[in-house]
Design a protein around this ligand. Structure first.
Ligand SMILES: [Zn+2]
Length: 281
C-alpha cells in the first residue's frame, strides 16, 4: 500500500501530554522502546499508562513500567486485568494473581484494572463467560477502590445492564473508570457519564468516515475527556494505517480542540488534568 511510504507526522510544540492507553509491550513497538519513548518525549508526551489484557500482558505491562519508568524522565503507569477476548482464560489462579499484583500496586505503579468488559463483535470467549469475568473484575475494582478501563464492542445493552446493576447495588465507585476507545452513541455515553465515567478518545475520532464519535465528544463535558492512542492500533489521521505510538496522541488532542473550538494547548492541559484525576496520579 502506498501509505506505507509516507512519513509519519510528529506533532511539535506541546508539553505535559498524557497518553492514557498504549500497549507498549506489544511486539510491534516493544523492540524499539527507546526510540518510541524518546519520540513521545520530543512530542511533549511525558506520561503514559500501559494497559493489559490478560495475565501475561499484565506481567508484561508491569515489567515494562519497572524497566522504562523514569527513562529521560518519562512517567509510566500500568493496569492489570483480563480483556473480554481472554475471558475464557480467567481462573481462580488469575484472580489470585490479580489480587497479588494489586496488593503491590504502588510498587508496580498500577493505576487501574483493565481492560475489562464485553466484546460481542469478535466473540473470542463465550458471552456468558465474558459477563461473569466482567462482573468479577468490576467487584474487584470496587473492593480495592481502583478505577477500571472499560472495553465494550457490540455488547452495549448487556454492558449497560451489568453496570447499572452494579451501580444500583452501590458497587460502582463515584468515578468508576474510563470508557476506553469510545465507540458508543451519544445516548449511551450520557448514561455512562451519569454513572461517573470518563470517556477515552483516540484515533477513530480523527477518521473521516466516523460520524458517531464527534457526537459523543459534543455532549461530553470538558472534565470527563481523556485521550489515548491504543498503540500500536488505530493510528490517528494523518498517520492512519501506520503503527501507532504515544507520540501521535496529540493528533487526537488537536482534533478535540478543533471540534470544541479551543486552543490545542488548552485541550492538552485539560485532558492531562483529567487523566491524572481519573487515575489518581
Ligand atoms: Zn487497548
Amino acid at each position: 500500500m502506498s501509505h506505507k511510504h509516507r512519513d509519519p507526522l510528529y506533532p511539535q510544540g506541546y508539553k505535559g501530554v498524557f497518553d492514557t492507553h498504549a500497549h507498549l509491550y506489544d511486539a510491534r513497538i516493544f523492540q524499539d522502546a527507546e526510540n518510541v519513548l524518546n519520540r513521545a518525549l520530543e512530542c511533549g508526551v511525558d506520561t503514559v499508562l500501559v494497559p493489559a489484557d490478560n495475565e501475561e500482558t499484565s506481567r508484561l505491562a508491569a515489567d515494562y513500567v519497572q524497566k522504562w519508568d523514569g527513562f529521560n524522565s518519562i512517567d509510566l503507569y500500568c493496569s492489570v486485568g483480563v480483556h473480554p477476548h481472554e475471558a475464557s482464560s480467567y481462573t481462580k489462579d488469575t484472580e489470585t494473581f490479580l489480587a497479588d499484583m494489586l496488593s503491590k500496586r504502588d510498587k508496580y505503579k498500577i493505576k487501574a484494572i483493565g481492560e475489562i468488559g464485553l466484546d460481542y463483535y469478535y466473540d473470542l470467549s463465550p458471552r456468558d463467560v465474558q459477563r461473569e469475568v466482567f462482573r468479577k473484575q468490576l467487584k474487584l475494582a470496587y473492593e480495592l477502590d481502583i478505577p477500571f478501563i472499560l472495553h465494550e464492542r457490540d455488547a452495549t445493552q448487556d454492558c449497560i445492564d451489568i453496570l447499572k446493576d452494579a451501580h444500583k447495588n452501590g458497587m460502582l465507585l463515584p468515578t468508576p473508570g474510563v470508557c476506553h476507545c469510545c465507540s458508543c452513541s451519544a445516548e449511551i455515553a450520557k448514561i455512562l457519564l451519569a454513572m461517573g465515567f470518563y470517556i477515552g478518545f483516540d484515533g477513530p475520532l480523527t477518521f473521516k468516515n466516523n460520524k458517531k464519535t464527534p457526537g459523543v465528544l459534543e455532549i461530553c463535558p470538558w472534565d470527563r475527556i481523556v485521550v489515548e492512542t491504543d498503540s500500536p492500533y488505530l493510528s490517528p489521521e494523518p498517520n492512519r494505517g501506520m503503527t501507532n505510538e504515544p507520540a501521535f496522541v496529540t493528533l487526537v488532542v488537536e482534533k478535540i480542540a478543533q471540534l470544541k473550538g479551543v486552543d490545542p494547548a488548552e485541550a492538552v492541559r485539560i485532558t492531562t488534568e483529567n487523566g491524572r484525576r481519573l487515575f489518581r496520579i
